[in-house]
Design a protein around this ligand. Structure first.
Ligand code: NDP
Ligand code: GDR
Length: 337
């Protein structure tokens, strides 16, 4: 029997790497769309290099998407590619709109041209809830995005719903709350904290800068969340689902747990930096994933404390090994992002 094939955009990102692992374990043929760059940035998928097949393409370029779909003939497309860092969406709002919003339309149109039977997953975000209108947030909660990123994701969400309703595409939008891992980009708060805790513990720094410590998020483990993406595309009908743990912690809780893990008190090692505050903040998010639990049978398997411990342990290992140029560059980004 021929294997099922899936195309992942954003395979070089955090989620792309976990999803590729999951699909390979399910015996899929896994293709990843990668954009051209002058240096190789396959760090997160190096361990999969003999198993995944990479195809060139960019969400900015419609013909490259058509060609990628023709070459790979997938049954499923997971659209994870995006400009995903919220602060960058203020400094590069047009580019964020091009990648994160219009990129979704370009992929949906390519699917319509090449094979409308392809099942499509769109990586929507809890950032669409923004200034929350109710707590916890579920599939019926009204949206109120608070950044150009959130606005772009909202467009991607509605164009996915619209493709389903206009053309009967099997198009699903997963409204995922924050999910983290040792593979998280160094600029996101959980990884900035785990990385800096490791540097401080190993004597390479004394303090770390931090922004709004009162912000609250519903943090889960990325490896759990990619399972929900796959489950959505295995259902009889395409629908949208909130995916979250239902438990919220503040950035201050994150600092407390991460520093405590290495026997330190966070209050001795942080400095509030107003440059890390955002023009408009999302203060509190908590998801209600009842529908995903009921209809997909999805459950998170990693607690907040386990997640933080996993990330700190991984960065202790990384920092103790890396004194390479890439390691030094990472330190600059981690201290300033
Ligand atoms: P990452 O930032 O780790 O990865 C983003 C990926 O998108 C990278 O592979 C990047 O490629 C790729 N990409 C960016 N622009 C383009 C482009 N123009 N063409 C092709 N590829 C491009 O994100 P995550 O893995 O954390 O998130 C995956 C998706 O889920 C994103 O859409 C994000 O917005 C969304 N999301 C994430 C959540 C989270 O908590 N992680 C929660 C909710 C939604 P390159 O390596 O070349 O830069
Ligand atoms: P977020 O994640 O914006 O929720 O988007 P991030 O980790 O960047 O911020 C979470 C909260 O922490 C506060 N914060 C800091 N954030 C960063 N990055 N650096 C800091 O030093 C810092 N100090 C405090 C922020 O103000 C914010 O309130 C992530 C991304 O993965 C999106 O792509 C995704 O859609 C959402 O999660 C769900």
């Amino acid at each position: 029997m021929t294997k099922r094939a899936a195309l992942i955009t954003g395979i070089t990102g955090q989620d792309g790497s976990y999803l590729a692992e999951l699909l390979l374990a399910k015996d899929y043929r896994v293709f990843g769309l990668v954009r051209r760059s002058s240096t190789i940035n396959f760090e997160r998928i190096t361990h999969l290099q003999d198993q995944v097949e990479l195809v060139p393409g960019d969400l900015l370029d419609p013909s490259s998407l058509i060609s990628a779909l023709q070459k790979t003939a997938p049954q499923e497309v997971y659209n994870l590619a995006a400009q995903s860092f919220v602060p960058t969406s203020w400094s590069q709002p047009v580019l964020t709109g091009e990648f994160t919003a219009l990129g979704v339309t370009r992929m949906l149109e390519a699917i319509r041209v090449v094979n409308p039977a392809i099942r499509f997953y769109q990586a929507s975000s809890s950032e669409m809830f923004g200034m929350v209108e109710e707590t916890p947030q579920d599939e019926k909660t009204r949206f109120y995005p608070r950044s150009p990123y959130g606005v772009a994701k909202l467009y991607g969400h509605w164009i996915t719903v619209n493709a389903r309703e206009s053309y009967r595409l099997f198009a699903c939008s997963g409204i995922l709350f924050n999910h983290e891992s040792p593979r998280r980009g160094i600029e996101f708060v959980t990884r900035r904290v785990s990385y800096n805790v490791a540097r401080i513990k190993l004597g390479l720094a004394k303090k770390m800068k931090i922004g709004n410590t009162a912000a609250e998020r519903d943090w889960g483990f990325a490896g759990d969340y990619v399972r929900a993406m796959w489950l959505m595309l295995q259902q009889d009908t395409p629908q949208d689902y909130v995916v979250a743990t239902g438990i919220t912690h503040s950035v201050q809780d994150l600092l407390k747990v991460a520093f405590r893990h290495v026997g330190l008190d966070y209050r001795d090692h942080i400095e509030i930096d107003s440059a890390l505050l955002r023009p408009a903040e999302v203060s509190h998010l908590r998801g209600n994933a009842t529908k995903a639990r009921r209809e997909l049978g999805w459950e998170p398997s990693v607690s907040f404390e386990q997640l933080v411990a996993m990330m700190v342990e991984s960065d202790l290992d990384l920092v103790s090994k890396t004194q390479t140029p890439a390691g030094r560059l990472r330190e600059v980004i981690a201290s300033e992002a």
